[in-house]
Design a protein around this ligand. Structure first.
Ligand SMILES: Cc1cc2nc3c(=O)[nH]c(=O)nc-3n(C[C@H](O)[C@H](O)[C@H](O)COP(=O)(O)OP(=O)(O)OC[C@H]3O[C@@H](n4cnc5c(N)ncnc54)[C@H](O)[C@@H]3O)c2cc1C
Length: 305
């Protein structure tokens, strides 16, 4: 019911330019004009019917054609639960393979989001297949998981990537996980993030194709690593480190990074299935609940803040 409720729809606009692909691409074009890149993701998760998965694949194929047709350098990021991971890993593998093939054909870089901890093994296994079979691609790793240091070692092992170093987007982690699986304390998570980012930067010295994106709005962490940016090649993808921030969050920091020409990509979500994703954004910052409450009051149409 919530996604059909007008004030809630207006409140979510703080975090996404719109539900439609055209709205997301208009925002992407503006961001590119301003000097940053974009990663685009079609919202949705936990699909458990093959027709739904096919619709998602068609949506991404259409998006890839539009991105190429409009001359944008937009990258895409997919959730495997949206491609049927819990339905049947083989359906997911086939869907991901089609997206990777078309992304490679149209020149768009493909990222894979990381979801719940129970899906990490399957996600990394499918990611490895894409990397080895279709060329450059990236995956998200969550600093809060106890297992992530080992996952980094596994991804950087030559037997895993076989000459195509992965892209890694390091984030803190957005899902509720138990203490046996993930760090719970915010400062411990921040410390782990910093430690893993440093480790990745060091490993990058021996593995130049490794792409390292820090997905965070944490100004302290961003300042820590801003100084590590250095162009080692002509392409923006050759930067030692780049920053990825979500559309609408810390726009002041986004402008500052753009002005200083720090390698930056804005992650834009679009689509009608925004509810579970929006709830995670609310949970990350209690002040967002106040903004939502204000939007729900009579006359409180504008939830920007
Ligand atoms: C590009 C990108 C991709 C991501 N992909 C994934 C993924 O695949 N899997 C996954 O588990 N998680 C993903 N995340 C979410 C991530 O795990 C964190 O939950 C989220 O980024 C909040 O953590 P933070 O690093 O910004 O630090 P925090 O310490 O949570 O926040 C730092 C500051 O950023 C601002 N801020 C952060 N979140 C919000 C918010 N929701 N609303 C308003 N202000 C906010 C506040 O000013 C806050 O003080 C992604 C995040 C980004 C930026």
């Amino acid at each position: 019911m919530v996604p059909r409720f007008g004030p809630a729809r207006r409140a979510v606009r703080r975090f996404m330019p719109g539900e439609r692909l055209s709205e997301a691409l208009d925002a992407a074009a503006q961001i590119e004009e301003g000097g940053a890149g974009v990663v685009l993701s079609h919202l949705g998760e936990d699909l458990d019917d093959p027709d739904g998965v096919e619709e998602v694949v068609q949506e991404y194929l259409h998006a890839l054609e539009r991105i190429a047709g409009e001359g944008l350098e937009v990258e895409i990021s997919v959730k495997l639960s949206q491609l049927g991971l819990s339905l049947d890993p083989e359906i997911c593998r086939a869907a991901l393979g089609r997206l990777a093939e078309n992304a490679a054909r149209t020149g768009a870089y493909l990222w894979i989001d990381m979801e719940r901890s129970c899906d990490v093994d399957a996600t990394l296994e499918l990611f490895g297949g894409i990397l080895r079979g279709h060329g450059p691609a990236g995956v998200c790793l969550q600093a809060y998981l106890h297992r992530t240091p080992q996952d980094i070692d596994r991804l950087l092992d030559a037997r895993f990537h076989r000459g195509t170093p992965p892209g890694i987007r390091l984030v803190k982690g957005a899902y509720q996980e138990p203490p046996e699986v993930a760090l719970q304390d915010r400062s411990a998570i921040d410390g782990r993030f910093e430690e893993l980012a440093r480790r990745l930067l060091v490993r990058r010295a021996d593995l130049p194709g490794l792409r390292l994106a820090l997905g965070t709005h944490d100004e302290h962490l961003i300042q820590q690593f801003r100084g590590d940016v250095s162009t080692v090649g002509a392409s923006p993808r050759d930067q030692a480190v780049e920053f990825h921030l979500l559309y609408g969050i810390r726009t002041d920091l986004q402008s500052d990074l753009m002005r200083s020409e720090t390698p930056l990509r804005i992650f834009i979500n679009y689509g009608a299935a925004w509810y579970p994703w929006y709830v995670r954004r609310l949970a990350e910052r209690p002040a967002n609940l106040l903004l939502l409450a204000r939007a729900l009051l009579p006359g409180g149409a504008d939830a920007k803040g």
